[in-house]
Design a protein around this ligand. Structure first.
Ligand code: BES
Ligand code: MN
Ligand code: ZN
Length: 478
């Protein structure tokens, strides 16, 4: 999608669809209070005023009304979209509203849009919303696609400015990288093996000027990654460990961020096999890995002043004749041994070795993302990502960043008391606890492998996949 800034006043804008955002009539800025709404109302001879008065439109979030060939404007269509209560509005909300406008117009095959804003504050969010809302996971539909992709999206803000241009560019990069991740996550397991994922990472790295190294089974065996290889041995698909490296232009000082993502391209559960109901969804068990690859792509373009290394352990968890059995004991890269009581708790096994490896590569701080447990979905549903840490200062930074971007994260506990559950009579650790607090015991298990490195763990099992389409986003990978 081409993104542009349009500095003209609304009446001068030639576009297929001019979009304006108005608030709930029962809020401080409701109805015609905003500058753009006032202007458009005057230009159209009171259309907005009449629309509100009719009761057919009240400015509730994602409500829309469309006018063709609006008098007084050069635009072919005028779309007004509700943004809910003005006192609850934020950049995150504008992202959703812009997404909903994009999806509504896309479904009508309108491929060129201009969104008029009052202020520059949310411009980047509006761009993100449009790009995210335009995304449809319909690659394998040969018929009946949902409209056609939006080709051009402009933000209209009178006057324009270089700072604003930069904000739009940042929004474009982040949203495109998010869609890149969604593409990877949506691929079915027959088309997204560990090898295929490594191929995509390699291609992306070559395009973006990142270093990419892919460790194969022999190399991992040499290094001693027994936990990762144990999971992989039940599948005909060979495992890989993908390493992506970003180095800043100038010497960045001491901080080296390690991003680690769970890359299980299909999780059948292995010998501890899952029920068949819903198993098809376990193709998204590589969403954490895909998110790390997408984040590295954004980092390559945004060029922050720190060193970042992405580590993605990628395996398929299958119950083949060589599969690991419940009761098997594996030796990890760290030297610690694990009794595998349940082969379906495979994410923590591959992450154990990947986290150790990320430390070995020099990470001073670690963040991992993993569709790790069904228990986090029980605890937090599909709204919040569960976050765990061994370092409150690092978590505070992550929470502040999430808040600024309108991402929902909820801190979970990680007391030593939970460790009790991971005792094994025969090895250093068991890979599962009892049925209570499953998301916490999984995080507790990972904690054993990050040792003293400041670390934040994101359990994204509940949030990586949208069960139902939203007005602003398609069903599927989020
Ligand atoms: N990939 C699953 C977790 C998951 C569940 C992701 C639902 C997305 C949606 C993970 O590997 C798993 O199977 N976890 C088990 C752990 C259990 C065996 C201790 C679970 O949550 O049931
Ligand atoms: Mn599993
Ligand atoms: Zn899994």
């Amino acid at each position: 999608m081409e993104i542009k800034l349009n500095p003209l006043p609304p009446d001068q804008i030639e576009t297929e669809a001019l979009v304006i955002v108005t608030f709930d009539k029962d809020s401080p800025e409701g109805g015609l209070a905003s500058g753009v709404a006032k202007k458009i109302n005057a230009l159209t001879g009171g259309w907005l005023e009449d629309l509100y008065a009719s009761g057919e439109f009240s400015g509730k979030a994602f409500e829309t009304a469309m006018l063709h060939r609006p008098g007084g404007l050069k635009a072919k269509r005028l779309l007004v979209i509700g943004a809910g209560k003005s006192d609850a509005f934020s950049a995150a909300e504008l992202r959703r509203v812009a997404g909903a406008a994009a999806r509504s117009l896309r479904s009508k095959s309108v491929s060129e849009i201009t969104l008029a804003l009052d202020a520059g504050a949310g411009a980047a969010a509006a761009v993100e919303g449009a790009i995210l809302g335009d995304y449809e996971p319909d690659r394998y539909k040969t018929d009946k696609k949902n409209g056609k992709a939006i080709e051009r999206f402009a933000v209209a803000l009178e006057g324009g400015g270089a700072e604003l241009e930069q904000a739009l560019e940042r929004g474009r990069i982040i949203a495109e990288c998010q869609n890149f991740t969604r593409d990877l996550v949506g691929e079915p397991a027959n088309r997204m093996s560990p090898t295929a994922l490594a191929e995509r990472a390699r291609e992306m790295a070559a395009e973006q000027g990142l270093e990419c190294e892919v460790l194969d089974r022999d190399r991992m065996a040499q290094l001693g990654m027994g936990a990762l290889l144990g999971v992989a041995q039940g599948s005909a698909e060979p495992p890989v460990l993908i390493v992506l490296r970003y180095r800043p232009n100038e010497d960045a000082g001491a901080v080296h961020l390690g991003l680690v993502g769970k890359g299980v391209t299909f999780d059948s559960g292995g010998i501890s096999i899952k029920p068949s109901e819903g198993m098809e969804k376990m193709k998204y068990d590589m969403a954490g890995g895909a998110a790390v690859i997408g984040a590295m792509r954004a980092i390559a373009q945004l060029r922050p002043a720190i060193t970042v290394t992405g580590v993605i352990p990628a395996v398929e968890n299958m119950p083949g004749s060589r599969a690991q059995r419940p009761g098997d004991i594996v030796t990890t890269l760290s030297g610690k041994t694990i009794e595998v009581l349940n082969t379906d708790a495979e994410g923590r096994l591959i992450l154990a070795d990947a986290l150790s490896y990320a430390r070995r590569l020099g990470s001073t701080h670690l963040v991992d993302a993993a569709t790790l447990t069904g228990a986090i979905v029980v605890a937090l549903g599909h709204v919040n990502v569960g976050v765990f840490t061994n370092d409150q200062a690092l978590l505070d930074k992550v929470l502040a960043a999430a808040k600024a971007e309108g991402e929902k994260l909820w801190p979970m506990p990680l007391d030593e008391d939970y460790k009790e559950q991971l005792k094994s009579p025969f090895a250093d650790l068991a890979n599962v606890g009892n049925r209570w607090g499953g998301a916490v015991t999984a995080a507790m298990f990972l904690k054993e492998f990050v040792e003293t490195t400041p670390w934040v763990h994101l359990d994204i099992a509940g949030t990586a996949w949208l069960e139902e389409a939203k007005p602003f986003m398609a069903k599927g990978p989020s």
